[in-house]
Design a protein around this ligand. Structure first.
Ligand code: SIN
Length: 286
């Protein structure tokens, strides 16, 4: 297989043609896809039709699955798949807008995931786009003074404040309408990561903070740290670093969490939106 990858954004998005993700790809094909992911940061595949088994099989060619701590959204029979569906899915709670804030997946773990593979099964006729942000370009475009200021700084990440906030987002369709067990809360305890990480495969530096889960700068006065995080988030999310993916059913987006962050946008909730995500385990950020 020789992949056909068209760059559809100036910096980090590749659109892949001629690949059926339901196939049982061999090592050579998987290497081509992985290389394309490393060259870009995220890949878009259109017109896919995968069973849950096939989705998991494709995902596990890139590494073991990260199983989400919040079991309430795991697809029955497939704990490797998190179902983001406003109607609920097999055995899962409904969730209207699972990641409606800038985040990179599961940065509140000591080893955040390498990648995520999101499959659009049912999508609204308009709205419900996912925005993606190129955090390597965002780092490159920082001033030298800011690069120097954040060199060596670390930030604390946690899921719990976000979990609580998303119970209050929208009284009409409130998400996360359940309690977490003490065990789940313990798994979601705070972790510390560098604010700038170096990609373990291509050596690029990227900003590694996000609005969703980064709660403070380690060792810095709270207000000063929050002002720094706000400034970095505002810098990162400028239009020049963003790609908006408007979904068609059958689209699959595979992103590298180490160089991107993303955010789901709103839509008319009279329409179904049902997405399945697998998540590939990663490495300790350095
Ligand atoms: C996610 O945050 O992983 C899902 C984004 C989306 O539903 O658009």
């Amino acid at each position: 297989m020789t992949l056909s990858v068209k760059r559809i954004n100036d910096t980090f998005v590749g659109e892949v043609q001629g690949v059926n993700l339901a196939d049982d790809h061999g090592a050579g094909e998987i290497k081509e896809i992985r290389d394309a992911l490393m060259d870009h940061g995220m890949l878009v595949f259109h017109g896919q039709k995968m069973t849950s088994e096939e989705h998991v099989r494709f995902s596990q060619k890139f590494g073991p699955s990260e199983i989400h701590t919040v079991k309430q959204y795991l697809l029955e029979g497939f704990p490797e798949i998190i179902a983001l569906s406003n109607r609920g899915d097999k055995g899962t709670k409904p969730i209207a807008n699972g990641g409606a804030y800038w985040h990179s997946d599961i940065t509140y773990k000591a080893r955040p995931p390498m990648g995520s593979i999101l499959y659009g099964l049912e999508v609204p006729p308009e709205g419900g786009d996912t925005l993606y942000c190129d955090m390597a370009a965002a780092y490159d475009n920082l001033s030298d003074a800011m690069k120097e200021r954040i060199e060596g700084l670390k930030a604390v990440h946690s899921y719990l404040p976000r979990f609580m906030a998303s119970r209050q987002i929208d009284e009409g369709f409130q998400d996360n309408k359940f309690e977490l067990s003490d065990e789940q809360k313990a798994e979601l305890a705070e972790v510390v990561h560098p604010i700038v990480r170096t990609h373990p495969e291509n050596g690029r530096k990227a900003l590694f903070i996000n609005e969703g889960f980064t709660v403070r700068v380690e060792g810095m006065d709270e207000a000063e740290g929050q002002a720094l995080l706000d400034e970095l988030n505002a810098h990162a999310t400028q239009d020049r670093h963003i790609y908006a993916h408007g979904w068609s059913a059958g689209d699959v987006v595979f992103w590298d969490n180490r160089v991107t962050m993303h955010k789901a946008t709103d839509y008319d909730r009279q329409y179904a939106r049902r997405m399945h995500r697998t998540t590939v385990q990663g490495d300790v950020p350095v």
